[in-house]
Design a protein. Structure first.
Length: 231
């Protein structure tokens, strides 16, 4: 069974037709896949459609054997936002990480166990009582990841995960993703990060899949990369 199956997916907005046009994609369990392409080609729209936030005009998305229905919660998948400040809103780190499990209706003991595990996994065990808005960019990123981890999804999407991170925080993030056991999708203009954490790359331009192959094969193709606005 595939972790993710996308069939003939097309999305348009009122002022922007064919943001996605006929996307077909399958991803195996525990596979790490980079989604690359220039700005404005539909990468974030693809992620939002996979999560059920955006409703496609045509096509379907399946998470394992479950059809994604727009507007419905799908615990199998978690999205780490590009900007942590868009994801963090509670008065403390602990409450932010606990938000998802609490809204799943879990017992307090289970919620606490998930929060403690997520903080330990992301190396932020000493930040539980801190207000998220007092943290550094790297710390905020790991809190956002911990909030997703506490939901225990089988697929995690990272949208520009290294944006605004210093070198040390970026390296820590790379190691974390490399050691993760979930199915991973990563969209980033930090192509060196993509190369370090993903075995496979999907290149998207003008809402369509242009190439889907081994990461080094695609990213080593100078002509292909330059044609589509990438180094």
């Amino acid at each position: 069974m595939n972790a993710l199956t996308i069939e003939n997916l097309s999305v348009s907005y009122p002022d922007q037709p064919d943001v996605l046009a006929g996307i077909n994609l399958t991803i195996a369990p525990q596979e790490r896949v980079g989604i690359i392409g220039p700005n404005g080609v539909g990468k974030t729209t693809l992620f939002h459609t996979i999560c059920g936030v955006v409703e496609p005009q045509v096509g379907q998305v399946h998470l394992f054997d479950t059809l994604v229905k727009p507007g419905t919660f799908h615990p199998e998948i978690g999205l780490v936002f590009q900007y942590p400040d868009d994801q963090l809103f509670s008065p403390s780190v602990y409450d932010d990480i606990a938000f998802g499990p609490r809204n799943m209706g879990l017992e307090p003991e289970e919620v606490d166990g998930r929060v403690q595990r997520a903080m330990a996994l992301t190396g932020i065990g000493d930040l539980g009582e801190r207000p998220p808005h007092h943290l550094s960019g790297g710390q905020k990123r790991m809190v956002a990841i911990a909030g997703v981890q506490a939901m225990r999804p089988q697929i995690i999407i990272y949208d520009e995960p290294s944006a605004n991170l210093d070198i040390r925080s970026r390296r820590r993030l790379i190691r974390f993703i490399q050691e993760s056991s979930e199915t991973i999708l990563v969209s980033s203009h930090d192509l060196e990060l993509v190369l370090e954490v993903c075995e496979r790359v999907v290149l998207i331009d003008h809402g369509r899949i242009i190439a889907d192959d081994n990461a080094r094969t695609i990213m080593g193709n100078r002509e292909l990369m330059e044609i589509h606005g990438l180094e």
